[in-house]
Structures are given as structure tokens and as C-alpha cells.
Write a protein that binds this ligand. Sequence first.
Ligand code: SF4
Ligand code: SF4
Length: 393
Amino acid sequence: MSAPADVSANLVAATDIHALARACVKCGLCLPHCPTYRISGNEADSPRGRIALAEALAAGIELGADATRHLDQCLSCGVCERVCPSSVRYLDLLVATRQRGRAAVAESWRRRALRSLVQHPQRFASLIGVARYLPGRLGRALRRSRRPGPVAACPVLADATVAPTAILLLSGCTGAALETSVLQAAQSLLTQAGYAVQVAPAQCCGALARHACAADAAAQSGQALLALVGQHQVGQHQVDACTAVVAGCAGRYRTLLAAAGLPGYRDVLCLLAERLERLRFGASSETVALQLPCTQVGDGAAINATRRLLAAVPGLRVVELPSQGRCCGGAGSWYLDHPELADALLQPALAELAMIAPSRLLSSNIGCRLRLATALDVPVQHPLQLLLEQCQP
Ligand code: SF4
Ligand code: SF4
């Protein structure tokens, strides 16, 4: 395994912000996709505008607090990067810029506390356990995310005569606290589809820390994750691929695992869709709404896999939110520091859901699910949970 250096840590030492910015040809094709630009219509709140601000800062031009606020308000959702035809590495540019001018980017105690907590998944799980008893919508949303029972530790090999594809299912930082039932659904469905599955212990990948410019903490978490993957086997088998149910961390997993030469990251819904013929689902008469989170924008394979799997449930009516791919305002811990903007970003999805009146809402992103669950009365679940309910032996 090569040295698991963190991408953001490298950037502080070596990145030429101007070189990253020069990749932008200023075509503006990303602008209609940027959530903050869609709200304000202000060029400074767009990817192109922020790239220009980053260049100015790198050139040593003093920008006032008003200008740096536009950088601070970026959700780091990465939608612009995924739709950019020139492959501009916007997120690397943003992280490097924030690190260089960190004093200008305030991080509240709430974000620092959350970032610190997710680096210690057991403490995080304990705190979430207490928070479930809170009155109000947050407590209710957290109570709904809970399902009893631990995740099984031993893999079940579907066919002992054939070497199975061995999958290491990463729990992420929220797995033990918020996604036990989703992990169980993933493990059951993957096993039924013929994969050998091992659930890895909870481990933060450092994505939140990276977004908050805490390069050392991000690197530390990234190294711990790589060590965990490097040590694991699935039964007697070498790991063929890693997967996770924490959709928001997929990009980070891909980057870290590829850089370290470890088994690559595969989307869990893609793995299942590839073996759809091995899964059978019972009929349903439900109408469900499907939110394709902004973390899936540009990942056509994952989107198609989600659609194919849900279409395999006879009778199930799936209505996709027209505001697909637009950030709901969660964006990791960003909403904690920008509550008004975050609420404005949530409104289109809520209006659409009122029209659809689904029996439940499906989303593969835990941040979106928690955020939407605080504002809705219907269950908000991962698509895997519905698929497991309908799955027949
Ligand atoms: S970031 Fe990409 S899509 Fe946006 S203006 Fe620059 S080149 Fe165009
Ligand atoms: S990361 Fe998201 S919010 Fe930030 S500039 Fe890109 S699209 Fe806009």
C-alpha cells in the first residue's frame, strides 16, 4: 500500500491555485446547476465567480469580508465539478484557497463539534442515542432512523463452490449511529445477490474535516480508513471491492482507495443492479418519491442502478422529484452555519413533495434524509430499505 497521504494536505504544500483556476474557460455551463447561484443570481455566488475570487486571493489581492463570504457560502456540493466540460478541479481549488486564507473563513463551534464527533464514531453513536429523546422534529427524525439489532459481523457465502466477489461494506462515521438498518439492508441484499460481504467497523473518512480545511484531521482519518481496508479480508477471500451506504462520502472513498492502490470503491446500488436477475421482489401498490441527491449528479451509473432496482418492484410507482440533483441545503455540516440559505434551498423539494403526496420518500444520502425528515411526516428512507422489505427469497 502506498503512503496514504491526504489530498488536501498535499494541496497546501504544492498546489498552484492559478494553474487550477486556468482550467476554467469561463463558459458558464456550471452556473444553472449551482444551488447558491440559483438563489441569488449573483456571479460571486457561482463557481465561475468563486474561481475568480480564489485567483484574486492567490494573487495577494486584499478582498473584504463581503467577498470572502461568497467563498464561505459555497456548499462544497461539487455539482459544478461534475457538470464541468473542462474537468475543472473546483473542490481542490476551494479547499486550497480556504486553507491559505483560513482566518477569513469562520467555522462555528457547532461545525467544529460535529466534525470532531464524527472522527470518533462510538462517541457519535452515543450522542445520537441521547439526541433521539429530544423533543421536536430533530428528535423525531433521529428516532425514525433507528432500527433494532446489530449488524451481523460474519459474511454469509451464497455459493461455497464458486469464489464469490468479496465486498467490504464500509460503515462510515454514521453507520453505527444512524444507518444500522441501511447497513443491514445492504448486507442482506448483497448476500442474496451472491456477493460475500463483510461489514467493516465504523471509521470516519475525513470528508467533513477536509471541507472545513482541517487538513491534519482529514489526513489522520483518511490514513485510519486505509489501514482498516488494508487489514481486512472477507472470510478467506481478499477484498475485491469496497462499498458503502454513505453516499456523501463516495467521492472521498474513491480518491483515497485509488491513490493507495487498494480495492476500488463501487456504488452499492450498481453492485446490486449488476445482479438484478438474482433478486426477486414482491408487488407493491405504493407511490414513493425518489430524491436523487446532488452527490449523485454526474454519476449516471448510480442513478440508472437506482431506477432499475426500483422498477423491478412490480406495481411500485416511483415519482422523481423535479428538483433532482439540487442540493437540499444539508451539505455535510454547512447548514449549521447558514440556516437561512439552507432553508431556502430546501423549499423547492418540500413544495414538490406536497404535490406528489408519497407514502414515503427515498434518498441514498443520509444528510438529505435527516434534513428532509425534520420537515416531513412520511418516512424518509434509503432505497435499500424499501428493496429489502419487498425482497423475496
Ligand atoms: S468551472 Fe467549468 S463549467 Fe464552470 S465556467 Fe469554468 S469551465 Fe465552465
Ligand atoms: S460546490 Fe456547489 S455551491 Fe459551491 S460553487 Fe460548486 S455547485 Fe455552487
